[in-house]
Ligand binder design. Structure first.
Ligand code: NAD
Length: 292
């Protein structure tokens, strides 16, 4: 069973690039979004914009790129949608950062009517989505992973089948909890460097050839923080969601994470100075903030 027609739900910073990438690689792509502005953007890019009902009825595979788990649940369980469709097996590739419990529940529900759902969250940002070079961490059955592989390969430089349903989201939450904490620690470390008389540029040049480096120091600082551009395309609000989901997962798993919990408190306490709509890299702005 091959996948020729793909429906993309959510044409935001990530979904728009994914839709364009899939169309550019020969799939028949249609897309939908609740925002009228995104319909215009799709039209400008030559992407077929349609209704959710049409997309659910006609796609061989569905790619979701939505803010919250409850948004994914709403589209997957839309009355008259996938749960009532019997003409072929449809695989949902959920690239949203979501919670493992919701992914497992939705995968089980879809399986009762013969469809599949992979939790396939991504790393690589809007540029990775637009260039088809994302890293995807995928949870779900071997059979669904194999069925979706042509789509996953088109969107990513690397698609890792991590384990059963929910495993992709566990991996993503672990990753983003680290990024959230690294942004706090790098911002503080650069405040220390500057306070003690070494510029952030000089300090980072050393850190990036030494053992303190991370994607925050190697990629985010040079691109978005030292340049003062703060335009990575990932919002502080979505990062707060990821931190919340990761700490909820820790609590459900009876795991104590004192330092990460403190980082989570810092993300929560900075809503006034770094609103949800701000770029998430603002958290590491060592110039403007006192210690939080
Ligand atoms: P975004 O806010 O830019 O886009 C989300 C889009 O979904 C919006 O256009 C919105 O109108 C649409 N939408 C919301 N509810 C909908 C619904 N019920 N039906 C149809 N459309 C709906 O968000 P984003 O930055 O593109 O992120 C999307 C997902 O990818 C999130 O789960 C995020 O955590 C994750 N993610 C983002 C990045 C990034 O760098 N931006 C990186 C990795 C993962």
């Amino acid at each position: 069973m091959t996948i020729e027609t793909i429906g993309v739900i959510g044409l935001g910073n990530m979904g728009f690039g994914m839709a364009a990438t899939l169309a550019g690689k020969g799939f028949r792509v249609s897309a939908t979004d609740i925002s009228d502005a995104r319909a215009q953007a799709a039209a400008d890019a030559g992407i077929r914009f349609t209704t959710l009902a049409d997309l659910l009825a006609t796609s061989d595979a569905i790619v979701c790129s939505l803010p919250l788990a409850r948004d994914v649940e709403a589209v997957v369980t839309t009355p008259g949608g996938l749960l009532d469709r019997r003409d072929r097996k449809v695989v949902v590739i959920d690239t949203s950062t979501s919670d493992p419990g919701t992914s497992r529940r939705l995968a089980e529900r879809l399986a009762t009517v013969g469809h599949g759902l992979l939790d396939a969250p991504v790393s690589g940002g809007p540029s990775g989505a637009a260039q088809g070079t994302l890293t995807m961490m995928v949870g779900g059955s071997e059979a669904d992973f194999a069925l979706a592989l042509p789509v996953l390969s088109a969107m990513s430089a690397k698609a890792i089948h991590v384990g059963p349903s929910g495993a992709g989201n566990i991996a993503k939450l672990v990753n983003n909890l680290l990024v959230a904490a690294h942004l706090v620690t790098m911002g503080e470390a650069m405040r220390l460097a500057e306070g003690a008389g070494l510029s952030a540029q000089e300090a980072i040049a050393v850190v990036n050839t030494a053992s303190g480096r991370s994607a925050v120091s190697e990629v985010m600082f040079p691109r978005w923080i030292l340049t003062n551009s703060f335009d990575s395309g990932f919002s502080a609000g979505l990062m707060r969601k990821d931190v919340r989901l990761a700490l909820e997962l820790a609590s459900e798993s009876a795991v104590d994470l004192p330092l990460c919990a403190h980082a989570g408190d810092i993300w929560g306490a900075t809503r006034d100075t770094i609103p949800d709509t701000a770029d998430f890299t603002r958290m590491a702005d060592y110039r403007t903030k006192d210690a939080v």
